[in-house]
Design a protein around this ligand. Structure first.
Ligand code: SF4
Length: 129
């Protein structure tokens, strides 16, 4: 079912294919195709925009438009199939200690102009130094 909502927009002219936006997407909705980032299926993108801050070229924005409704069940099935195939770019690790999100919950953090992901174990060090 189509509704009007926010969804990620990728400017192909600006995208350099670095792939940095693939793993921050918790839904595994972004893939690389022919050297360019692409939203795999519109119902997989929740429009939260966690990918925006990691793009070095500003190719990612959010736009509000008519599109497929976000589908949590489709996301679950998609993620399960990625894990089954050994392709799980949405499973992330803490950029400080390397712990997988399967071990410690991760939080998105902006620091020194960069977007990063830090696990709850490392977050106090980041806050208190
Ligand atoms: S992070 Fe930006 S430049 Fe890199 S692949 Fe994604 S959209 Fe393209």
């Amino acid at each position: 079912m189509k509704i009007k909502r926010k969804i990620v927009k990728i400017d192909e002219m600006l995208c350099n294919g670095c792939g940095q936006c693939v793993s921050p997407c918790a839904e595994g909705a972004i893939t690389l195709e022919n050297g360019k980032a692409k939203v795999l299926r519109e119902e997989l993108c929740d429009g939260a925009g966690f990918c925006l801050g990691v793009c070095p070229t500003g190719a990612l924005t959010l736009e509000e438009r008519e599109t497929e409704n976000f589908d949590e069940e489709a996301v679950k099935e998609h993620k399960a199939s990625l894990v089954k195939e050994g392709l799980a770019p949405h499973i992330m690790s803490c950029h400080w200690c390397g712990n997988s999100e399967m071990i410690q919950p991760l939080l998105p953090v902006k620091t020194n102009g960069d977007s990063t992901w830090v696990c709850v174990k490392c977050l106090p060090q980041l806050i208190h130094g």
